[in-house]
Design a protein. Structure first.
Length: 525
Protein backbone atom coordinates (compact mmCIF):
# COMPACT_ATOMS: atom_id res chain seq x y z
CA UNK A 1 0.00 0.00 0.00
CA UNK A 2 1.26 3.46 -0.85
CA UNK A 3 0.06 6.75 0.61
CA UNK A 4 0.86 10.23 -0.72
CA UNK A 5 -0.47 13.64 0.20
CA UNK A 6 0.01 17.12 -1.24
CA UNK A 7 -1.18 20.63 -0.40
CA UNK A 8 -1.51 23.47 -2.90
CA UNK A 9 -1.95 27.21 -2.38
CA UNK A 10 -2.41 29.83 -5.11
CA UNK A 11 -2.74 33.44 -3.99
CA UNK A 12 -3.49 36.52 -6.09
CA UNK A 13 -2.17 39.71 -4.47
CA UNK A 14 -4.26 41.99 -6.70
CA UNK A 15 -7.71 40.90 -5.57
CA UNK A 16 -6.65 38.91 -2.43
CA UNK A 17 -8.18 35.69 -3.78
CA UNK A 18 -6.95 32.31 -2.57
CA UNK A 19 -7.28 28.86 -4.11
CA UNK A 20 -6.28 26.18 -1.62
CA UNK A 21 -6.31 22.38 -1.67
CA UNK A 22 -5.72 20.83 1.74
CA UNK A 23 -5.21 17.93 1.57
CA UNK A 24 -5.07 16.03 -1.69
CA UNK A 25 -4.65 12.48 -0.43
CA UNK A 26 -4.00 9.44 -2.65
CA UNK A 27 -4.12 5.84 -1.47
CA UNK A 28 -3.29 2.84 -3.65
CA UNK A 29 -2.99 -0.87 -2.99
CA UNK A 30 -1.11 -2.91 -5.56
CA UNK A 31 -2.70 -5.94 -7.14
CA UNK A 32 -3.20 -8.89 -4.81
CA UNK A 33 -5.04 -12.24 -4.80
CA UNK A 34 -7.52 -12.32 -1.90
CA UNK A 35 -8.47 -16.00 -2.30
CA UNK A 36 -5.01 -17.45 -2.76
CA UNK A 37 -3.92 -19.87 -0.07
CA UNK A 38 -0.98 -18.95 2.08
CA UNK A 39 0.52 -22.44 1.76
CA UNK A 40 -0.41 -23.90 -1.62
CA UNK A 41 -0.68 -27.64 -2.08
CA UNK A 42 -1.64 -29.29 -5.33
CA UNK A 43 -3.05 -27.45 -8.35
CA UNK A 44 -4.07 -23.84 -8.24
CA UNK A 45 -7.84 -23.44 -7.79
CA UNK A 46 -9.81 -21.33 -10.23
CA UNK A 47 -10.81 -18.76 -7.58
CA UNK A 48 -7.18 -18.29 -6.59
CA UNK A 49 -6.58 -16.60 -9.95
CA UNK A 50 -8.90 -13.72 -9.08
CA UNK A 51 -6.97 -10.51 -8.40
CA UNK A 52 -7.96 -7.02 -7.34
CA UNK A 53 -6.47 -3.65 -6.44
CA UNK A 54 -7.62 -0.37 -4.92
CA UNK A 55 -7.13 3.32 -5.68
CA UNK A 56 -8.61 6.08 -3.53
CA UNK A 57 -8.46 9.84 -3.61
CA UNK A 58 -9.56 12.33 -0.94
CA UNK A 59 -9.59 16.01 -1.82
CA UNK A 60 -10.66 19.20 -0.03
CA UNK A 61 -10.43 22.56 -1.83
CA UNK A 62 -11.76 26.11 -1.63
CA UNK A 63 -11.75 29.34 -3.65
CA UNK A 64 -12.27 32.39 -1.45
CA UNK A 65 -10.82 35.71 -0.22
CA UNK A 66 -8.08 36.13 2.33
CA UNK A 67 -10.31 37.63 5.02
CA UNK A 68 -12.91 34.86 4.60
CA UNK A 69 -10.59 31.85 4.70
CA UNK A 70 -10.47 31.45 8.49
CA UNK A 71 -14.23 31.96 8.78
CA UNK A 72 -15.18 29.41 6.12
CA UNK A 73 -17.28 26.33 6.87
CA UNK A 74 -15.78 22.95 6.04
CA UNK A 75 -19.04 21.54 4.65
CA UNK A 76 -20.72 24.60 3.12
CA UNK A 77 -17.74 26.52 1.73
CA UNK A 78 -15.20 23.82 0.91
CA UNK A 79 -15.56 21.40 -2.00
CA UNK A 80 -14.67 17.96 -0.66
CA UNK A 81 -15.22 14.35 -1.50
CA UNK A 82 -13.63 10.96 -1.85
CA UNK A 83 -13.45 8.57 -4.78
CA UNK A 84 -12.74 4.84 -4.70
CA UNK A 85 -11.86 2.58 -7.63
CA UNK A 86 -11.72 -1.21 -7.26
CA UNK A 87 -10.85 -3.24 -10.38
CA UNK A 88 -11.27 -7.02 -10.17
CA UNK A 89 -9.94 -9.36 -12.85
CA UNK A 90 -8.99 -12.95 -13.44
CA UNK A 91 -7.30 -15.22 -15.95
CA UNK A 92 -8.70 -18.69 -16.60
CA UNK A 93 -8.15 -21.47 -19.11
CA UNK A 94 -11.04 -23.46 -20.54
CA UNK A 95 -10.52 -26.85 -22.16
CA UNK A 96 -6.74 -26.21 -22.05
CA UNK A 97 -6.93 -24.07 -25.18
CA UNK A 98 -9.18 -21.04 -24.55
CA UNK A 99 -7.93 -18.14 -22.42
CA UNK A 100 -10.75 -16.27 -20.68
CA UNK A 101 -10.14 -12.88 -19.02
CA UNK A 102 -13.13 -11.41 -17.13
CA UNK A 103 -12.90 -8.03 -15.41
CA UNK A 104 -15.16 -5.93 -13.20
CA UNK A 105 -14.55 -2.28 -12.30
CA UNK A 106 -16.41 -0.54 -9.47
CA UNK A 107 -16.10 3.21 -8.87
CA UNK A 108 -17.66 4.95 -5.87
CA UNK A 109 -17.87 8.68 -5.08
CA UNK A 110 -18.66 10.08 -1.64
CA UNK A 111 -19.85 13.71 -1.69
CA UNK A 112 -21.01 16.15 0.98
CA UNK A 113 -23.60 18.12 -1.04
CA UNK A 114 -25.66 18.27 -4.18
CA UNK A 115 -27.49 21.08 -5.97
CA UNK A 116 -31.22 20.98 -6.71
CA UNK A 117 -32.38 23.21 -9.54
CA UNK A 118 -35.81 24.65 -10.35
CA UNK A 119 -37.31 27.35 -12.54
CA UNK A 120 -38.66 30.63 -11.22
CA UNK A 121 -41.40 31.53 -13.69
CA UNK A 122 -41.98 34.97 -12.13
CA UNK A 123 -38.32 36.02 -12.24
CA UNK A 124 -37.57 33.98 -15.41
CA UNK A 125 -34.39 32.50 -13.95
CA UNK A 126 -33.01 29.25 -12.65
CA UNK A 127 -32.97 28.79 -8.88
CA UNK A 128 -30.35 26.67 -7.09
CA UNK A 129 -30.71 25.05 -3.69
CA UNK A 130 -27.78 23.25 -2.07
CA UNK A 131 -28.63 20.11 -0.11
CA UNK A 132 -25.97 19.17 2.44
CA UNK A 133 -25.44 15.63 3.68
CA UNK A 134 -23.82 12.36 2.70
CA UNK A 135 -24.41 11.47 -0.96
CA UNK A 136 -23.05 8.31 -2.54
CA UNK A 137 -22.65 7.99 -6.30
CA UNK A 138 -21.33 4.79 -7.86
CA UNK A 139 -21.08 3.03 -11.18
CA UNK A 140 -19.72 -0.26 -12.46
CA UNK A 141 -18.84 -1.93 -15.73
CA UNK A 142 -17.80 -5.40 -16.71
CA UNK A 143 -16.06 -7.09 -19.62
CA UNK A 144 -14.95 -10.56 -20.62
CA UNK A 145 -12.69 -11.67 -23.45
CA UNK A 146 -11.77 -15.07 -24.82
CA UNK A 147 -8.84 -15.86 -27.10
CA UNK A 148 -6.97 -18.86 -28.42
CA UNK A 149 -4.23 -19.86 -30.85
CA UNK A 150 -4.50 -22.50 -33.55
CA UNK A 151 -1.34 -23.87 -35.18
CA UNK A 152 -1.43 -25.46 -38.61
CA UNK A 153 1.71 -27.05 -40.09
CA UNK A 154 2.07 -27.88 -43.76
CA UNK A 155 4.89 -29.96 -45.20
CA UNK A 156 5.15 -29.44 -48.98
CA UNK A 157 5.53 -32.29 -51.42
CA UNK A 158 9.23 -33.10 -51.85
CA UNK A 159 8.74 -34.20 -55.45
CA UNK A 160 7.18 -30.87 -56.45
CA UNK A 161 9.12 -28.39 -54.27
CA UNK A 162 12.29 -30.31 -53.45
CA UNK A 163 13.88 -30.17 -50.00
CA UNK A 164 14.48 -26.40 -49.92
CA UNK A 165 11.22 -25.70 -48.06
CA UNK A 166 11.02 -27.75 -44.89
CA UNK A 167 7.65 -26.64 -43.47
CA UNK A 168 5.08 -23.83 -43.44
CA UNK A 169 3.43 -22.76 -40.19
CA UNK A 170 0.13 -20.88 -39.98
CA UNK A 171 -0.87 -19.33 -36.63
CA UNK A 172 -4.54 -18.34 -36.37
CA UNK A 173 -5.46 -16.14 -33.35
CA UNK A 174 -9.19 -15.46 -32.81
CA UNK A 175 -10.46 -13.21 -30.02
CA UNK A 176 -13.97 -12.28 -28.84
CA UNK A 177 -14.77 -9.67 -26.18
CA UNK A 178 -17.94 -8.44 -24.48
CA UNK A 179 -18.44 -5.14 -22.61
CA UNK A 180 -21.45 -4.01 -20.61
CA UNK A 181 -22.48 -1.13 -18.33
CA UNK A 182 -26.06 -0.21 -17.34
CA UNK A 183 -27.70 3.16 -17.87
CA UNK A 184 -26.86 5.18 -14.77
CA UNK A 185 -28.94 8.03 -16.15
CA UNK A 186 -32.21 6.26 -15.28
CA UNK A 187 -34.31 7.79 -12.51
CA UNK A 188 -33.90 4.84 -10.15
CA UNK A 189 -30.27 5.81 -9.54
CA UNK A 190 -31.08 9.46 -8.84
CA UNK A 191 -27.94 10.77 -10.51
CA UNK A 192 -29.96 12.97 -12.90
CA UNK A 193 -33.06 15.11 -12.40
CA UNK A 194 -35.22 17.51 -14.40
CA UNK A 195 -37.54 20.50 -14.05
CA UNK A 196 -40.13 22.27 -16.22
CA UNK A 197 -39.13 25.58 -17.71
CA UNK A 198 -41.78 28.06 -18.81
CA UNK A 199 -40.47 31.05 -20.71
CA UNK A 200 -42.08 34.47 -21.09
CA UNK A 201 -44.03 33.34 -24.17
CA UNK A 202 -45.57 30.42 -22.30
CA UNK A 203 -43.47 27.73 -23.98
CA UNK A 204 -42.87 24.75 -21.70
CA UNK A 205 -39.73 22.63 -21.97
CA UNK A 206 -38.12 19.94 -19.87
CA UNK A 207 -34.57 20.68 -18.66
CA UNK A 208 -32.45 17.76 -17.51
CA UNK A 209 -29.48 18.22 -15.22
CA UNK A 210 -27.28 16.39 -12.75
CA UNK A 211 -27.26 17.52 -9.10
CA UNK A 212 -23.58 16.53 -8.98
CA UNK A 213 -22.32 18.36 -12.08
CA UNK A 214 -20.58 21.02 -9.93
CA UNK A 215 -19.30 18.51 -7.37
CA UNK A 216 -15.69 17.55 -6.94
CA UNK A 217 -16.37 14.18 -8.60
CA UNK A 218 -19.11 14.24 -11.21
CA UNK A 219 -21.74 11.57 -11.78
CA UNK A 220 -21.24 8.82 -14.39
CA UNK A 221 -22.43 9.41 -17.93
CA UNK A 222 -25.88 8.60 -19.23
CA UNK A 223 -26.72 5.75 -21.55
CA UNK A 224 -26.31 2.00 -21.50
CA UNK A 225 -23.28 0.46 -23.15
CA UNK A 226 -23.01 -3.07 -24.42
CA UNK A 227 -20.95 -4.36 -27.31
CA UNK A 228 -19.50 -7.54 -28.73
CA UNK A 229 -16.32 -7.31 -30.77
CA UNK A 230 -14.23 -9.90 -32.54
CA UNK A 231 -10.74 -9.89 -33.95
CA UNK A 232 -8.81 -12.43 -35.98
CA UNK A 233 -5.08 -12.42 -36.74
CA UNK A 234 -3.00 -14.65 -38.99
CA UNK A 235 0.73 -15.24 -39.12
CA UNK A 236 2.45 -17.39 -41.75
CA UNK A 237 6.10 -18.40 -41.57
CA UNK A 238 8.21 -20.73 -43.65
CA UNK A 239 11.22 -22.80 -42.66
CA UNK A 240 13.82 -23.19 -45.41
CA UNK A 241 17.38 -24.38 -45.72
CA UNK A 242 19.95 -21.72 -45.05
CA UNK A 243 22.38 -20.79 -47.84
CA UNK A 244 25.02 -19.81 -45.25
CA UNK A 245 25.15 -23.19 -43.59
CA UNK A 246 24.43 -26.45 -45.42
CA UNK A 247 23.35 -28.16 -42.21
CA UNK A 248 21.23 -25.29 -40.84
CA UNK A 249 17.80 -23.76 -41.40
CA UNK A 250 16.21 -20.34 -41.11
CA UNK A 251 12.68 -19.04 -40.65
CA UNK A 252 11.23 -16.50 -43.06
CA UNK A 253 8.07 -14.50 -42.48
CA UNK A 254 5.63 -14.63 -45.37
CA UNK A 255 2.81 -12.66 -43.72
CA UNK A 256 3.76 -11.09 -40.41
CA UNK A 257 0.12 -10.24 -39.66
CA UNK A 258 -3.16 -10.36 -41.56
CA UNK A 259 -6.11 -9.44 -39.40
CA UNK A 260 -9.61 -8.03 -39.26
CA UNK A 261 -11.81 -6.59 -36.52
CA UNK A 262 -15.49 -5.68 -36.16
CA UNK A 263 -17.99 -4.99 -33.37
CA UNK A 264 -21.74 -5.05 -32.67
CA UNK A 265 -23.29 -2.38 -30.42
CA UNK A 266 -26.26 -3.91 -28.61
CA UNK A 267 -27.22 -0.61 -26.96
CA UNK A 268 -27.62 1.32 -30.23
CA UNK A 269 -31.11 1.72 -31.65
CA UNK A 270 -29.92 1.62 -35.26
CA UNK A 271 -26.76 0.91 -37.24
CA UNK A 272 -25.45 -1.47 -34.60
CA UNK A 273 -22.70 -2.97 -36.76
CA UNK A 274 -19.39 -1.15 -36.95
CA UNK A 275 -17.23 -0.86 -40.04
CA UNK A 276 -14.92 -3.72 -40.93
CA UNK A 277 -11.25 -2.85 -40.44
CA UNK A 278 -8.57 -5.00 -42.04
CA UNK A 279 -4.80 -4.79 -41.60
CA UNK A 280 -1.75 -6.41 -43.11
CA UNK A 281 1.92 -6.21 -42.13
CA UNK A 282 4.76 -7.65 -44.17
CA UNK A 283 8.33 -7.85 -42.93
CA UNK A 284 10.37 -9.69 -45.50
CA UNK A 285 13.63 -8.03 -44.44
CA UNK A 286 14.80 -6.72 -41.08
CA UNK A 287 15.10 -3.15 -42.37
CA UNK A 288 11.92 -3.11 -44.43
CA UNK A 289 8.35 -3.03 -43.13
CA UNK A 290 5.10 -2.68 -45.07
CA UNK A 291 1.88 -1.75 -43.24
CA UNK A 292 -1.58 -1.27 -44.70
CA UNK A 293 -4.99 -0.64 -43.12
CA UNK A 294 -8.31 -0.67 -44.97
CA UNK A 295 -11.86 0.16 -43.86
CA UNK A 296 -15.06 -1.30 -45.35
CA UNK A 297 -18.32 0.41 -44.45
CA UNK A 298 -21.19 -1.82 -43.34
CA UNK A 299 -24.18 0.41 -44.20
CA UNK A 300 -24.98 1.58 -47.71
CA UNK A 301 -25.71 5.07 -48.96
CA UNK A 302 -29.33 6.07 -49.55
CA UNK A 303 -30.97 9.14 -51.08
CA UNK A 304 -33.40 11.38 -49.23
CA UNK A 305 -36.39 13.17 -50.74
CA UNK A 306 -34.11 15.90 -52.08
CA UNK A 307 -31.74 13.42 -53.72
CA UNK A 308 -28.96 14.00 -51.17
CA UNK A 309 -26.96 10.93 -50.04
CA UNK A 310 -26.82 9.81 -46.44
CA UNK A 311 -25.76 6.64 -44.60
CA UNK A 312 -28.90 4.56 -44.25
CA UNK A 313 -29.90 1.66 -42.05
CA UNK A 314 -29.61 -1.07 -44.71
CA UNK A 315 -26.38 -3.06 -44.87
CA UNK A 316 -24.30 -3.65 -47.96
CA UNK A 317 -24.64 -7.38 -47.31
CA UNK A 318 -28.42 -7.11 -47.62
CA UNK A 319 -27.90 -5.71 -51.11
CA UNK A 320 -25.66 -8.65 -52.03
CA UNK A 321 -22.44 -6.65 -51.85
CA UNK A 322 -19.36 -6.72 -49.68
CA UNK A 323 -18.75 -3.76 -47.36
CA UNK A 324 -18.24 -0.44 -49.13
CA UNK A 325 -14.56 0.35 -49.48
CA UNK A 326 -14.03 3.63 -47.61
CA UNK A 327 -10.32 3.89 -48.02
CA UNK A 328 -6.96 2.59 -46.96
CA UNK A 329 -3.64 3.82 -45.64
CA UNK A 330 -0.30 2.17 -46.16
CA UNK A 331 3.17 2.95 -44.98
CA UNK A 332 6.51 1.69 -46.20
CA UNK A 333 9.53 2.25 -44.00
CA UNK A 334 13.20 1.45 -44.44
CA UNK A 335 16.03 1.88 -41.93
CA UNK A 336 19.61 2.50 -43.01
CA UNK A 337 22.47 1.81 -40.59
CA UNK A 338 26.23 1.12 -40.74
CA UNK A 339 25.54 -2.60 -40.40
CA UNK A 340 23.24 -2.43 -43.42
CA UNK A 341 25.91 -0.66 -45.49
CA UNK A 342 28.46 -3.30 -44.54
CA UNK A 343 26.04 -5.98 -45.57
CA UNK A 344 25.54 -4.37 -48.97
CA UNK A 345 29.10 -3.34 -49.81
CA UNK A 346 31.10 -5.78 -47.69
CA UNK A 347 33.92 -4.76 -45.40
CA UNK A 348 32.62 -6.58 -42.35
CA UNK A 349 35.22 -8.18 -40.12
CA UNK A 350 35.32 -11.96 -40.36
CA UNK A 351 36.23 -12.36 -36.71
CA UNK A 352 33.43 -10.02 -35.68
CA UNK A 353 30.94 -12.10 -37.63
CA UNK A 354 32.15 -15.23 -35.88
CA UNK A 355 31.56 -13.58 -32.51
CA UNK A 356 28.02 -12.64 -33.51
CA UNK A 357 27.26 -16.05 -34.95
CA UNK A 358 24.29 -17.49 -33.14
CA UNK A 359 24.56 -20.87 -31.45
CA UNK A 360 22.48 -23.76 -32.62
CA UNK A 361 19.27 -24.67 -30.87
CA UNK A 362 18.41 -28.04 -29.38
CA UNK A 363 17.82 -29.52 -32.81
CA UNK A 364 21.18 -28.34 -34.12
CA UNK A 365 19.62 -25.85 -36.53
CA UNK A 366 20.24 -22.17 -37.19
CA UNK A 367 17.45 -20.22 -35.48
CA UNK A 368 17.93 -16.91 -37.29
CA UNK A 369 14.45 -15.45 -37.76
CA UNK A 370 14.74 -12.68 -40.25
CA UNK A 371 11.18 -11.41 -39.82
CA UNK A 372 10.08 -10.84 -36.27
CA UNK A 373 12.83 -11.68 -33.77
CA UNK A 374 14.88 -8.78 -32.45
CA UNK A 375 18.60 -9.44 -32.11
CA UNK A 376 18.73 -7.52 -28.83
CA UNK A 377 16.16 -9.87 -27.33
CA UNK A 378 18.15 -12.90 -28.38
CA UNK A 379 21.34 -11.41 -26.98
CA UNK A 380 19.55 -10.55 -23.74
CA UNK A 381 18.79 -14.23 -23.19
CA UNK A 382 22.49 -14.97 -23.12
CA UNK A 383 23.14 -12.49 -20.33
CA UNK A 384 25.76 -14.57 -18.55
CA UNK A 385 28.09 -14.84 -21.51
CA UNK A 386 27.52 -11.24 -22.52
CA UNK A 387 28.24 -10.04 -19.00
CA UNK A 388 31.66 -11.70 -19.02
CA UNK A 389 32.66 -9.80 -22.15
CA UNK A 390 31.10 -6.49 -21.19
CA UNK A 391 34.21 -5.08 -19.59
CA UNK A 392 36.46 -5.77 -22.59
CA UNK A 393 37.03 -2.86 -24.95
CA UNK A 394 36.92 -3.64 -28.67
CA UNK A 395 40.19 -3.08 -30.50
CA UNK A 396 41.23 -3.15 -34.12
CA UNK A 397 44.02 -5.23 -35.74
CA UNK A 398 46.66 -2.76 -34.50
CA UNK A 399 45.48 -2.89 -30.89
CA UNK A 400 43.87 0.56 -30.86
CA UNK A 401 40.38 1.06 -29.47
CA UNK A 402 37.77 1.05 -32.20
CA UNK A 403 36.01 4.32 -32.93
CA UNK A 404 32.25 3.81 -33.21
CA UNK A 405 29.51 6.33 -33.79
CA UNK A 406 26.24 4.39 -34.18
CA UNK A 407 23.65 6.05 -36.35
CA UNK A 408 20.45 5.16 -38.16
CA UNK A 409 18.34 6.82 -40.82
CA UNK A 410 14.72 5.82 -41.37
CA UNK A 411 12.72 6.68 -44.48
CA UNK A 412 8.96 6.29 -44.49
CA UNK A 413 6.52 6.76 -47.34
CA UNK A 414 2.80 6.83 -46.64
CA UNK A 415 -0.15 7.01 -48.99
CA UNK A 416 -3.79 7.38 -47.97
CA UNK A 417 -6.86 6.73 -50.08
CA UNK A 418 -10.25 7.79 -48.68
CA UNK A 419 -13.72 8.81 -49.74
CA UNK A 420 -13.99 12.45 -50.78
CA UNK A 421 -17.37 13.36 -49.28
CA UNK A 422 -16.90 16.89 -50.59
CA UNK A 423 -16.89 15.63 -54.18
CA UNK A 424 -19.75 14.81 -56.55
CA UNK A 425 -21.80 11.79 -55.55
CA UNK A 426 -22.37 9.17 -58.28
CA UNK A 427 -26.00 8.06 -58.09
CA UNK A 428 -25.38 5.10 -60.43
CA UNK A 429 -22.70 3.44 -58.33
CA UNK A 430 -23.88 5.09 -55.06
CA UNK A 431 -20.31 6.05 -54.33
CA UNK A 432 -18.21 9.13 -53.67
CA UNK A 433 -14.95 9.62 -55.58
CA UNK A 434 -11.69 8.77 -53.84
CA UNK A 435 -8.94 11.15 -52.82
CA UNK A 436 -5.23 10.36 -52.45
CA UNK A 437 -2.72 11.96 -50.09
CA UNK A 438 1.01 11.21 -49.89
CA UNK A 439 3.62 11.96 -47.24
CA UNK A 440 7.35 11.32 -46.95
CA UNK A 441 8.91 11.08 -43.48
CA UNK A 442 12.59 11.07 -42.57
CA UNK A 443 13.99 10.50 -39.10
CA UNK A 444 17.39 9.61 -37.72
CA UNK A 445 19.65 9.62 -34.74
CA UNK A 446 23.37 9.56 -34.09
CA UNK A 447 25.11 8.60 -30.86
CA UNK A 448 28.28 10.68 -30.56
CA UNK A 449 29.38 8.89 -27.39
CA UNK A 450 27.88 6.91 -24.55
CA UNK A 451 26.37 10.09 -23.11
CA UNK A 452 25.51 12.17 -26.19
CA UNK A 453 22.64 11.46 -28.55
CA UNK A 454 21.23 13.57 -31.41
CA UNK A 455 17.95 12.83 -33.18
CA UNK A 456 15.78 14.59 -35.75
CA UNK A 457 12.60 14.06 -37.77
CA UNK A 458 11.03 15.80 -40.73
CA UNK A 459 8.86 15.12 -43.75
CA UNK A 460 7.13 16.46 -46.83
CA UNK A 461 3.40 16.69 -47.55
CA UNK A 462 2.80 16.21 -51.28
CA UNK A 463 -0.80 17.43 -51.05
CA UNK A 464 -0.03 20.78 -49.42
CA UNK A 465 3.44 21.01 -51.00
CA UNK A 466 5.00 21.96 -47.67
CA UNK A 467 7.49 20.65 -45.15
CA UNK A 468 5.82 18.86 -42.25
CA UNK A 469 6.80 19.34 -38.61
CA UNK A 470 10.60 19.32 -38.31
CA UNK A 471 12.13 18.64 -34.92
CA UNK A 472 15.65 18.12 -33.58
CA UNK A 473 16.74 17.11 -30.10
CA UNK A 474 19.96 16.71 -28.16
CA UNK A 475 20.25 14.52 -25.05
CA UNK A 476 23.13 14.31 -22.59
CA UNK A 477 23.34 11.67 -19.87
CA UNK A 478 25.08 13.13 -16.82
CA UNK A 479 24.91 9.93 -14.77
CA UNK A 480 22.69 11.21 -11.94
CA UNK A 481 21.09 13.91 -14.09
CA UNK A 482 19.80 14.17 -17.63
CA UNK A 483 19.88 17.19 -19.91
CA UNK A 484 17.83 17.51 -23.09
CA UNK A 485 17.15 20.26 -25.56
CA UNK A 486 14.64 20.09 -28.40
CA UNK A 487 13.67 22.57 -31.09
CA UNK A 488 10.84 22.73 -33.59
CA UNK A 489 11.91 24.36 -36.85
CA UNK A 490 8.82 24.03 -39.04
CA UNK A 491 6.03 24.94 -39.50
CA UNK A 492 6.22 26.70 -36.10
CA UNK A 493 9.37 27.50 -34.20
CA UNK A 494 9.79 26.73 -30.51
CA UNK A 495 12.31 25.30 -28.09
CA UNK A 496 12.34 23.31 -24.85
CA UNK A 497 15.27 22.84 -22.45
CA UNK A 498 15.07 20.39 -19.54
CA UNK A 499 17.52 19.50 -16.80
CA UNK A 500 16.30 16.98 -14.23
CA UNK A 501 17.33 14.21 -11.87
CA UNK A 502 17.20 10.61 -13.10
CA UNK A 503 15.87 9.20 -9.83
CA UNK A 504 12.13 8.62 -10.10
CA UNK A 505 11.48 9.96 -6.59
CA UNK A 506 13.30 13.24 -7.35
CA UNK A 507 12.54 13.75 -11.04
CA UNK A 508 9.69 16.20 -10.27
CA UNK A 509 11.47 17.95 -7.39
CA UNK A 510 14.94 18.48 -8.88
CA UNK A 511 14.32 19.82 -12.35
CA UNK A 512 14.68 22.95 -14.45
CA UNK A 513 12.47 23.60 -17.47
CA UNK A 514 12.75 26.45 -19.93
CA UNK A 515 10.51 26.61 -22.95
CA UNK A 516 9.12 29.12 -25.38
CA UNK A 517 5.48 30.05 -25.13
CA UNK A 518 3.12 30.03 -28.07
CA UNK A 519 3.21 33.81 -28.40
CA UNK A 520 6.99 34.11 -28.15
CA UNK A 521 7.83 31.03 -30.15
CA UNK A 522 9.07 33.01 -33.16
CA UNK A 523 10.99 35.73 -31.32
CA UNK A 524 13.96 33.59 -30.30
CA UNK A 525 14.57 32.16 -33.76
Amino acid sequence: MSLSSTANLNQNMRDSSIAMTLPDLNISISRFYPFRRRHQAGKERWYEKISMSYTGQLSNSINTKEDQLMHSNLIKDWRNGMQHSIPVSGTFTLFNYINVNPSFNFTDRMLSNKIKRSWDAFGQKEVKDTVYGFHNVYDWRMSVSASSKLYVFYVPNRKLFGDKIQAVRHVFTPQVSFNYAPDFGSRRYGYYDSYLKTDADGNVSLVEYSPFQEALYTAPGKGKTGSISWDVANNIEMKVKSDKDSSGFKKISIIDELGATMSYNMAAKERRWSDLTMRVRLKWWKSYTFNMNAVFSTYAYELDDNGQPYVGTHTEWGKGRFGRFQGMSQNISFTLSPEQLKKWFGGSDKKEEDKKKKPNDDEGMDTDIESNVDDSMIEGQRGAKKHDEAGKAETDANGYMKFKMPWSLTFGYGITMRENTGGTFNTNTMRYPYKFTQTLNVSGNIRISDGWNISFSSGYDFENHAISMTTASLQRDLHCFNMSCSVVLAPYTSYNFTFRCNASTLTDALKYDKRSSYNSAVQWY
